[in-house]
Structures are given as structure tokens and as C-alpha cells.
Design a protein around this ligand. Structure first.
Ligand SMILES: NC(=O)c1ccc[n+]([C@@H]2O[C@H](COP(=O)([O-])OP(=O)(O)OC[C@H]3O[C@@H](n4cnc5c(N)ncnc54)[C@H](O)[C@@H]3O)[C@@H](O)[C@H]2O)c1
Ligand SMILES: [Zn+2]
Ligand SMILES: [Zn+2]
Length: 347
């Protein structure tokens, strides 16, 4: 088979590699489409070293069809279209024993800690597969994993019908958080970013949104002005490594300042630097700040909503390529983030 192999950091080569073997409880998946995640960009650059090592076939957001099944596999047969939940938890750490798998201390991901979906075939346990309807195109099905992150965040934040919200950071994950939130609430959702094109995507595709360019306006002020001074019910922080914007608070603190009393801040952005928190701002609101990591079964919700046409995958896909162009795609994403959002590899 062929795969886009990260031979060494910052160098991906489309080359022939051995097809993976599979165990009796595993399914050999023929990859149909895969999506490049922000984490893939980090792995490509070597930021995840030493957790990752090269050579590696990256790719944890992907779909395909069943090619072959192990002798014990009952639920799948060749030809069925599937998406892969890339998460492997240990089952033994305190979080796993509580059934809180996203917090597993030994969490591993297909495509990060072991070879993944940027190759023509991948072997995974049958428990990691979900079937997906024929009415969902390959390139849309490849987004199920990242949509799952959005649905998980909404669940963690306990977002309900009628809630107002802000999604701070409208990148690859932020758009998916927005779209998941939109399946729950019809009320106003504010979207904050510093890259105008990412906000333009929202304006072109979404309803009842107010976009805020943090370089031009103070997001907290805009949100307060539109909510009678109160603030929103839920603020999602999906920035991570924030660009410093003169005169503006850090996104995490901005989220806290944007919620009304008893509101919720849900943090997803993975930054290495501490975020400035003024506890008084949280305590006065008796607010909840809650973290959300990956997903826990919500890929099912994402599939259901994609099948029903409730999501807008076309809004987040900016480019489609063949996986032999993976190197070029990483360079685009790094050098012109404003022009690219989700890049899909069609096999
Ligand atoms: N918790 C999870 O499960 C989970 C899963 C995947 C990714 N992540 C993390 O979520 C974050 C976002 O990931 P992504 O792939 O969408 O990245 P991304 O780079 O596509 O999106 C981040 C967005 O934040 C914007 N931004 C930067 N500084 C800003 C500021 N000061 N104010 C407003 N907006 C600002 C950027 O312009 C960009 O559009 C990353 O930190 C990533 O590691 C978390
Ligand atoms: Zn991802
Ligand atoms: Zn565990």
C-alpha cells in the first residue's frame, strides 16, 4: 500500500509501505478520506516529540470502508462504510475506572501514538468503528471525529435549547463547536477570531451569529452590548495559543468576562502558557469553568446529525488534495492560516 509517511519532522513522503496485519478482533479499514487536524500540524513540526516518533503515518480523523475482518468480528462486513474513533484508553487508571475515558492518563490515539489514517489501510479494533450512512460523502464523514469534539464540549458545558453562547477562536475546532452548538440552540452565538476570513466563513454559512474581529472590537464589550449588559450562558475557549491582541484580555479571561452570573466557561484550547485568571471574576458569577477533551461517544451524535443534514461540513472544508500532496498542505496551513481551514485528503 501507499501512505503519507512523516519520515522525519517537517518531511512527509508518499511512499510504498507494508500493509498492516490485523488481529482476530480487528478490522482492516481501506481509508476513503482523512482530514488534517491542528495536532497533525504540531506532530509534523515535531512539537509532540518525544510522545511521537518518526517514521509515522499520521491521521486520526478519517473514514473508510471495511476491507477485511478478523475471525472474531461479528458486527462488520466487507464493503461497509465506517468512521474510526481513534481513542485508545488504558481502562486501568483512576479516570478510566470512573468511566471518564477522555481523562485517561495513558490515552493513546491512532495516528499520533501509532500509525493512522494517512495511509491506504489501517487496522483497528472493531470497538473503535461506527457505521455511517451512504448519504454522507467521504470527505464529510472524515470530519466526524472533530465534530465529536464539538458535541462533547456542548455536553460538558451543559448547553441547552435557547442558550446564548460565544465561541472564542473560530478555527478548525471552533467551527465544529459552533455547528454542534447550533443543533442544540437557535439563540445568538457570537464568534470571535483575529483572522477575518475565518469569520467570513461563519457569516456566509451560519445563522443568527455575530462575528467579532478581536483586532477591531473588544469582544467582551460587543457581547455585553448585545445581551443587555448581562453576557452569554456559555463561553467556549477554542483558541489555545493566543495571538496577543493589544488592549484585549486573554481569551480565557475574556470568556469569563463574557458570561452572565451562573454561566459556564468550557475550555478546549491547549496552550503551554498559563492563562491569567482573576478568581474574583469567576466567584462573583459563581461560574463554572469546565474542561473538555476529545470525545466520549459523541461521534455517534455527529454521525446522526450529518446523516440528517443538520451540520455544514462544506463550510469548514477549504481544500481537498490527494495524500501525496500532504507536505504541501502542512506548509499551506502553517504559512497562510487565513486561507485554509480543513484540508481533506481523498484517497
Ligand atoms: N480539548 C480538545 O479536545 C481539543 C481537541 C482538538 C484541538 N484542541 C485545541 O483547540 C485549539 C484550537 O484548535 P484548532 O485546530 O481549531 O486551531 P486553529 O489554529 O485552527 O484555531 C485557533 C483560532 O484561534 C484564533 N485566535 C488566535 N488568537 C486569538 C485571539 N487572541 N483572540 C481570538 N481568536 C484568536 C486563530 O486565528 C484561529 O482561528 C488548539 O489549542 C488545539 O490544540 C483541543
Ligand atoms: Zn484532531
Ligand atoms: Zn486510563
Amino acid at each position: 500500500m501507499h501512505a503519507a509517511v512523516t519520515e522525519e519532522y517537517k518531511r512527509v513522503v508518499w511512499k510504498e509501505v507494508p500493509e498492516p496485519g490485523y488481529k482476530s478482533n480487528q478490522v482492516l479499514v481501506k481509508v476513503g478520506a482523512a482530514s488534517i487536524c491542528g495536532s497533525d500540524e504540531h506532530i509534523f513540526k515535531g512539537d509532540f516529540h518525544p510522545r511521537t516518533s518518526t517514521p509515522l503515518i499520521q491521521g486520526h480523523e478519517f473514514m473508510g470502508s471495511v476491507a477485511e475482518v478478523g475471525s472474531e468480528v461479528k458486527g462488520f462486513k466487507p464493503g461497509e462504510r465506517v468512521v474510526v474513533d481513534p481513542i485508545i484508553w488504558c481502562g486501568e487508571c483512576p479516570a478510566c475506572k470512573m468511566g471518564h475515558y477522555p481523562a485517561c492518563t495513558k490515552l493513546r490515539l491512532v495516528g499520533v501514538d501509532l500509525d493512522g489514517g494517512f495511509g491506504e489501510y489501517v487496522a483497528v479494533d472493531d470497538s473503535m468503528l461506527f457505521k455511517i450512512g451512504d448519504n454522507v460523502a467521504n470527505q464529510h464523514a472524515a470530519l466526524v471525529e472533530v465534530y465529536g469534539i464539538g458535541f462533547h464540549a456542548c455536553k460538558r458545558a451543559e448547553l441547552k435549547a435557547g442558550d446564548t453562547a460565544v465561541v472564542w477562536g473560530t478555527g478548525k475546532v471552533g467551527h465544529c463547536v459552533y455547528q454542534a452548538a447550533r443543533t442544540i440552540t437557535d439563540n445568538t452565538i457570537f464568534l470571535v477570531d483575529v483572522l477575518p476570513n475565518r469569520l467570513k466563513i461563519a457569516e456566509a454559512h451560519y445563522e443568527n451569529v455575530i462575528t467579532i474581529d478581536a483586532n477591531k472590537e473588544d469582544p467582551v464589550e460587543v457581547i455585553k452590548n448585545h445581551t443587555g449588559g448581562a453576557g452569554v450562558d456559555v463561553a467556549f475557549e477554542v483558541v489555545g495559543h493566543a495571538h496577543d491582541v493589544p488592549g484585549r484580555v486573554h481569551p480565557v479571561r475574556g470568556c469569563i468576562q463574557s458570561i452572565h452570573g451562573a454561566g459556564v466557561v468550557c475550555v478546549l484550547g491547549l496552550a503551554d502558557d498559563p492563562a491569567p485568571l482573576v478568581m474574583k471574576e469567576l466567584i462573583w458569577r459563581e461560574a463554572k469553568i469546565i474542561a473538555s477533551r476529545v470525545s466520549h461517544g459523541e461521534m455517534k451524535d455527529a454521525i446522526e446529525h450529518l446523516e440528517k443534514g443538520n451540520l455544514k461540513p462544506e463550510a469548514v472544508i477549504s481544500h481537498q488534495i490527494h495524500p501525496r500532496e500532504a507536505q504541501k498542505a502542512y506548509e499551506w496551513l502553517q504559512n497562510q492560516p487565513d486561507q485554509y481551514l480543513k484540508v481533506i485528503m481523498n484517497f
